[in-house]
Design a protein around this ligand. Structure first.
Ligand code: ADP
Length: 500
């Protein structure tokens, strides 16, 4: 086992990995930028190394600084977390060249799955179902021809894409030219690569993904699915397992396809095979592979009964993964809500500021993976994920109830959060019946109305605010009077709240 690991990340994921290290008796090295000097992950670590300015390219995305920090601190391995450099094949290779261990898959696996077009070609060869479509097209005429063959609506995606960027739905031929230009521009801007692919757009789709896990000796299994259809701007907000739309037969088929997909790139460590699932035809198609630990891994941990972060470290240290597929079953139901500092009423724009209050809910079956605490500041430099709230219960219905209660007890002041928005999702009959598709938030939930209503202060809040104002005004008058008192030892000068 390693004695010391550097965590090349921040926020809740850095905290999550460090907790796993602690439980394994491994020392931790945190890294931080200017904006994160007082961040929770820095305080939690055994050691911390300052990387540089707040902009990610000066800090969390700076490969050389990260590798130097690991070497100088005597760490033997680097855990990349998710985001930042976690799916960067060149970083994984550079870490290994520096004689450090990269806690994740091989650079070759990352590279093979890093490109949407190329991974799709690879999957077709491996016999894994992919969305009908074409890769490698260039001219508008070629795209037009392809779209006709596939049938509208079609989806245009950046080959190098990620995070929902460079994606355009085209419902008819007259929209194709504009969509191609926009997607190309966005792809070039975000990824420096303008290649696009075109595929069938599955209008009422579910996002169902499978966790895979393997050791470096070739043992690889899946740990069931996660349903991630509650999304805004193609980005997940709520995830759960088991999926309410899968039959056990489908689960078995898709699980086997996920293992097949991962084995096609000699995969080891934690990874996720994403499928798009069309409930009208019960067809599933490979979307992409995420070659890292996912944000939503806790729901799998709770239902499959495994600590994925710890096992990532153990297999990277050379340990064999001692379990077979038959050793795992799904127990109960888990849901995760991503608590973001963002405002659903203004298009989910991030909200920044100091956290004046931050109280996490507690209780049996309630887990909070958090990167913040009261007094910490949410800046505009990084993803505004405050915490992940995860619940585990015996079935879906009780898990929903538990989540509603936990959200009610999650108190955040100082920034706007999406907590009320998630309550509205959980309380909706479509969510209860498991009917939510990937476009449901945009098309069904009237987000704006909902948020305006929720943001209106209640009479109780107005009265409390008025009382607080008045009390503060009074106490500042009293403070002035106290300061005017001539005796410096007068008890009336004390402002520490002592009362006889
Ligand atoms: P990214 O890597 O940018 O996140 P993905 O390929 O993983 O892109 O897709 C993100 C989301 O976009 C999916 O979860 C799904 O909601 C939607 N999506 C992707 N491909 C399709 C498709 N062919 N039809 C319908 N929706 C799709």
């Amino acid at each position: 086992m390693f004695t010391k690991i550097l965590i090349a990340n921040r926020g809740e994921i850095a905290m999550r990995i460090m907790r796993a290290c602690q439980e394994l008796g491994v020392k931790t090295v945190a890294v931080y930028s200017d904006a994160d000097q007082n961040a929770l992950h820095v305080q939690f670590a055994d050691e911390a190394v300052h990387l540089g300015a707040s902009a990610p390219k000066e800090s969390y995305l700076n490969r050389d600084k990260l590798i130097q920090a690991a070497l100088h601190s005597g760490a033997e391995a680097i855990h990349p977390g998710y985001g930042f450099l976690s799916e960067n094949a060149a970083f994984a290779a550079a870490v290994e060249s520096a004689k450090l261990k990269f806690i994740g898959p091989s650079a070759d696996s990352i590279r093979a799955m890093g490109d949407k077009a190329e991974s799709k070609i690879l999957m077709k060869k491996a016999g894994v179902p992919t969305v009908p479509g074409f890769e490698g097209l260039e001219t508008e005429a070629e795209f037009k021809q392809a779209a006709q063959e596939i049938g509208y609506p079609v989806l245009i995606k950046a080959s190098a894409g990620g995070g929902g960027k460079g994606m355009r739905v085209v419902s008819q031929e007259s929209e194709l030219q504009d969509a191609l230009e926009l997607a190309r521009g966005e792809a070039l801007n975000s990824f420096g690569d303008e290649r696009l692919l075109i595929e069938k757009y599955i209008a009422a789709a579910h996002h169902v993904e499978f966790q895979v896990f393997g050791d470096e000796q070739g043992n690889l299994i899946h740990l069931f699915e996660r349903e991630c259809s509650v999304q805004r701007r193609h980005q997940k907000i709520i995830e759960e397992t088991p999926s309410p739309v899968l039959t056990s037969e489908l689960r078995e088929q898709m699980g086997a396809a996920a293992v097949q997909a991962a084995k096609a790139v000699n995969y080891f460590n934690a990874g996720t095979i994403e499928f798009i699932f069309d409930p009208s035809s019960a067809q599933y198609y490979f979307l992409e592979m995420n070659t890292r630990l996912q944000v939503e891994h806790p729901v799998t941990e709770l239902v499959a009964g495994i600590d994925l972060a710890q096992w990532q470290i153990r297999v990277a240290a050379g340990e064999k993964f001692p379990f077979q597929q038959k050793d795992f079953m799904q127990r109960g139901h888990a849901i995760e809500c991503r608590v973001y500092a963002e405002d659903p009423a203004s298009g989910f724009l991030p909200s920044t500021g100091k956290l004046l209050q931050f109280i996490e809910p507690h209780g049996p079956g309630v887990r909070v993976d958090s990167g913040f605490a009261k007094g910490k500041t949410v800046t505009h430099f990084y993803d505004p994920l405050l915490a992940k709230l995860i619940v585990h219960a015996e079935n879906r219905e009780t898990a929903i109830q538990k989540m509603q209660n936990a959200l009610k007890n999650f108190i955040v002041h100082g920034v706007v959060t999406n907590v009320d928005f998630m309550q509205a999702v959980l309380a909706h009959p479509d969510f209860a019946s498991g009917q939510v598709t990937t476009r449901w938030v945009e098309t069904v939930l009237a987000v704006a109305d909902l948020a305006v209503e929720k943001n209106k202060p209640t009479p109780e809040q107005l009265i409390s605010a008025a009382l607080a104002e008045a009390t503060l005004a009074n106490s500042s008058i009293a403070a002035v009077e106290r300061r005017n008192e001539s005796d410096p030892y007068s008890p009336w000068r004390q402002t520490n709240g002592f009362r006889n």
